[in-house]
Design a protein around this ligand. Structure first.
Ligand SMILES: C[S@@+](CC[C@H](N)C(=O)[O-])C[C@H]1O[C@@H](n2cnc3c(N)ncnc32)[C@H](O)[C@@H]1O
Length: 276
């Protein structure tokens, strides 16, 4: 089992394989009907974030945890905004920079930076976009504080991520140690917080008008699509990650599906506004 659980090392290792398993957009899908293919559903989740962000052309956007840049490039291409994508993964930055160059998008740029200590100037962005990266940042209050700090007055934060939907008693945590270990090996070290905690972090950071939405049901078919991709690309992914990691990813889909179904984990969206 790989010990590379730290996010930067984990993402440097898995980026190429995840393109095959998760697709271009490295996040869950939003399935309005359940029949959509994965690219349509991941695009639909991005569309939900776009709706919440209420972009206007010319705005500056910070994408915290930008993956390989597919959402950032879509924002720059379709909405006429200028996007700086940041991630702790140098492999992610290289892939995202190549994607933007190939698409002829000088308005989408990417840098290695930590979302919990981004070193960017105060009040320098109109929108902050945090798509499925916050669960990888243990210092979540610091993440939200950094997002609020770099937002201009009147700016909006949009975030989506896995969430925890109930308390997990210590005894159960101990009993399920193996399952959590498989998830950690497949997805890296992570912590899922309740949607209500995100609202509290945002308010503590000085953001207002905090709205949350639970989309657990609509994201559930993601696991079936990921397992379809394991079956379709097993040899190629095994060549990149090794057989044990592919099996762990496959088993993770079963574990997560069960957590979705028993009300332990799910998925949510958050929006908040910086006081103008
Ligand atoms: C599940 S991927 C999501 C990628 C992208 N937002 C998307 O939707 O396609 C999580 C991303 O968070 C990044 N990440 C993890 N910890 C981070 C941190 N402390 N600061 C910035 N990015 C981080 C990872 O490198 C990866 O790019």
């Amino acid at each position: 089992m790989s010990e590379d659980y730290e996010p930067a090392a984990h993402y440097d290792r898995v980026t190429a394989a995840w393109g095959l398993l998760l697709g271009d957009e490295l996040h869950y899908g939003y399935f309005a009907t359940g029949d959509e293919d994965l690219p349509a559903a991941t695009a639909a989740l991005t569309s939900r974030m776009i709706d919440n962000a209420r972009f206007e052309p010319g705005q500056r956007v910070l994408d915290v945890g930008c993956g390989t840049g597919a959402p950032a490039c879509r924002l720059a291409a379709d909405l006429g905004v200028e996007v700086l994508g940041i991630t702790t993964s140098a492999v992610g930055v290289a892939a995202a920079t190549g994607r933007a160059r190939r698409a002829g998008l000088p308005g989408a740029t990417f840098e290695v930076r930590d979302g919990t200590d981004n070193q960017l100037p105060d009040a320098s962005f109109d929108r902050v976009w945090v798509m499925e990266s916050s669960h990888l940042m243990p210092e979540r209050e610091r993440l939200l504080a950094e997002c609020a700090r770099v937002l201009r007055p009147g700016g909006r934060l949009v975030l989506c991520d896995l969430v925890r939907r109930r308390e997990i008693p210590f005894l159960e945590l101990r009993q399920r140690t193996r399952e959590f270990g498989v998830l950690r090996a497949a997805f890296g070290s992570a912590r899922m917080d309740p949607l209500a905690d995100y609202a509290s972090y945002a308010e503590a950071a000085g953001l207002t008008d905090v709205q949350t939405e639970d989309v657990t049901t609509e994201t559930r078919p993601t696991f079936d699509r990921w397992q379809d991709n394991v079956a379709a690309h097993r040899d190629e992914v095994t060549a990149i990650l090794g057989a044990e990691s592919v099996d762990q990813f496959d088993e993770s889909c079963d574990i997560l599906r069960a957590f979705w179904d028993d009300g332990t984990l799910g998925y949510g969206l958050v929006t908040a506004v910086k006081v103008g």
